[in-house]
Design a protein around this ligand. Sequence first.
Ligand SMILES: NC(=O)c1ccc[n+]([C@@H]2O[C@H](COP(=O)([O-])OP(=O)(O)OC[C@H]3O[C@@H](n4cnc5c(N)ncnc54)[C@H](O)[C@@H]3O)[C@@H](O)[C@H]2O)c1
Ligand SMILES: [Zn+2]
Length: 360
Amino acid sequence: MRTVQVPLGKRSYRILIGGGLLARLGTECKKLSLGAGCAVITDRNVGPRFAKVALASLKAAGFDPVLITVPAGETAKSLKTVQSCYDQLATHRLERKSFIVALGGGVVGDLAGFVAATYLRGVAFVQVPTTLLSQVDSSVGGKVGVNLKAGKNLVGAFHQPRLVLCDLDTLRSLPERELRAGLAEVIKYGIIYDARMFAWLEKQLPALLARDAKALAAAVARSCEIKADVVGQDETETGLRAILNFGHTIGHAIEAISGYGEYLHGEAISIGQIAAAKLSTAQLGLPERDSAGIAALFTAAGLPTRIKLSPVQRKKLFAAMQLDKKVSGGEITFVLAKKLGEVIWNQKVPQTEIERVLID
Ligand SMILES: NC(=O)c1ccc[n+]([C@@H]2O[C@H](COP(=O)([O-])OP(=O)(O)OC[C@H]3O[C@@H](n4cnc5c(N)ncnc54)[C@H](O)[C@@H]3O)[C@@H](O)[C@H]2O)c1
Ligand SMILES: [Zn+2]
């Protein structure tokens, strides 16, 4: 088992990464001095696979867990589901010392985390991420929230988990497409923070796609280390944390205009990161071979590299970029790479340049 520490003073916590960890959920929670009452929030795909082990482990450690199952998929990240969770927590008389376990992908993590941040003005929560994306990204850092009709993640909070438990065995049942989408975030960490990791990924990609346990453990651990390091320096995104949005300006806009669901998040940011790499070459002199290398790695991971847009769609894409909440003062800004492993944020790019990289 590997351990990564998220350094946030009094709110510091550990990320545990390894096989067979789900069965240790109870013992690990026991170390956190939490109350006996708890709720495991999961979804309809994950619950039937893993809830039994999670509940048994909690019970064996002396906890009194209740299971709450929500629908699977992005639409469950809504205030309606939040309401239904609150009602069930109240029925089961969860109190201030009780805690919530998020068992599932990023949807469950964001939703359950938001419920934990707000129920009784905040109860503790533990993340048990079961997708690659949630293990390397969404379960770490404390951003929780739900969607509104007007857009994704528009209601939310910062609420750090007390523990993150990444059981690599859960990834075995993950659909292939979800695995590849998670790899898009893993590759991102190499580009923004660690050129050696990028080179390692170029070599280890086949092993990762084959779900080799050793390769997955190393990829998840390094990704979590980088996210922990960034979040530890800038918890609420006043500056540095923005680098985690490399490829996301265009990626979010692609998700928005294509109707959520057509592109998985990881697929949209694959296209976004390739475009951002091309912009980096044009604006900051990122060597051409590096932007070509970035495109090649996403291609090898079986991720989409480009999007065909009609003139109407292109207009919509720019409108969506303007609406993105990361826009400040009406200008679209980008995270761009100076070289592999080093990026700068808040870079303004002329619209004509963005159009050029999206076309070629
Ligand atoms: N809070 C953050 O910092 C942050 C960061 C990135 C993404 N997110 C959010 O994360 C969400 C996406 O997360 P996701 O990609 O994990 O999607 P997801 O939670 O929808 O999971 C993807 C699918 O896989 C299923 N699944 C989960 N684990 C499985 C397993 N082990 N075996 C089989 N099936 C399994 C789920 O039921 C779902 O159908 C988005 O809502 C996004 O906004 C949040
Ligand atoms: Zn992302």
